[in-house]
Design a protein. Structure first.
Lengths: 187, 187
DNA sequence: GTTTTCCGTTGATCAAAGTCAATAACCAAC
DNA sequence: GTTGGTTATTGACTTTGATCAACGGAAAAC
């Protein structure tokens, strides 16, 4: 719980009252490996903070999984498009380990936006940070080759590579497992 | 000016006082074709609303232009990453026609966020909408082939194709002009 | 009106990732 | 330990877009 408070205070300094109201809306959940927080077709009506654990987002295209994101301890996540628009998710959100998360419902969050100015601002910071995240990922597809995307990943996020099977990394990079294997081989 | 008011009211219903304060910060600018609103290396400290005209974002990679975005009358735009982070822009923002825009400075906008709750909320909606925009574009690179991206563009934005030279469209789609020409040929 | 420049097309070849298939390495379950 | 399933690698071949080059047409400049 403290981890969330620290995280949020890094964005906006919250008063005790604000934090108390926020905390009231948090629901602690323990989820087991391979279970789903969200499935394709469902609407994502929550944000979640990972106390401990690891999650991935993926969709299926013609029977084949496409991994689109990973999240780790200390991350906030959501299918933010579905969350914002109310449209059904294309993605599954799956726990890759037994995990502990803190969830907040969309309706509760919207009420908190109304009630506390600083939390409205927090909502802006959420959106801005998520914007920067996808913008960076888009850039990696616009400007970098698969090999460059892989090298970047190694450079900035090498712990991810140990924690995640290579075929999922390949999918995340937008290539096939065989191709990633070859990229790694020709060094 | 009315166009902006209409646009904003579509996001949040603004009071007269809120709109008046917002309007005070708007600076009308007339820019000529081929002039730049922002160059590589500069920090983007504005949002702009296009009253009339057309803009493109591009970067140069090894002497070659890469077009990353187009904006038209009625759009709000900014190099939002540079705007948020204060880092220098990789992109040029160029007027593709003589255009009329309304600009608001970052410092003024932040002050408006502080002053009016609804404008803080407006800022959240800006961020959320921009998030959805890049998220959709990212998806087009994650899930679609160049041909599919082109067909999508034809389907949803055919006016763009008439207004913009084909080699820029190719660049926007992430391919070379020769390849786009071939994609169009094999129908 | 002619020249020049730019843009789009087409052809030949190259490079890189995808596909299909076989095999090897590893882990988990029994 | 052995078995069975999953993951990673490697090889042969295909597909797709990039590259290099040439050409034609259209718009702009003179």
């Amino acid at each position: 719980m403290d981890a969330i408070k620290t995280y949020l205070n890094g964005l906006v300094k919250l008063s005790d009252a604000e934090w108390a109201d926020f905390e009231k809306c948090l629901r602690k959940e323990t989820v087991t490996r391979k279970s789903f927080l969200l499935k394709e077709g469902q609407v994502c009506n929550f944000l979640a903070f990972i106390g401990n654990g690891m999650f991935r987002f993926y969709t299926t295209e013609g029977g084949e999984e496409k991994v689109t994101a990973f999240f780790f301890s200390g991350d906030f996540f959501s299918n933010y498009r579905s969350f914002l628009t109310g449209f059904p998710s294309r993605h599954y959100i799956e726990a890759m380990q037994d995990s502990v998360i803190f969830m907040i419902e969309k309706k509760d969050l919207l009420a908190l936006y109304d009630k506390h100015r600083n939390l409205e601002r927090l909502g802006r910071f959420f959106a801005e940070n998520l914007y920067l995240g996808v913008a960076n990922r888009l850039d990696s597809f616009l400007f970098d080759s698969p090999k460059e995307r892989y090298d970047d990943l190694v450079r900035r996020n090498s712990k991810l590579l140990n924690a995640i099977p290579q075929y999922m990394v390949a999918s995340y990079l937008g290539i096939k497992p065989e191709s990633l294997s070859r990229i790694r081989a020709r060094k």
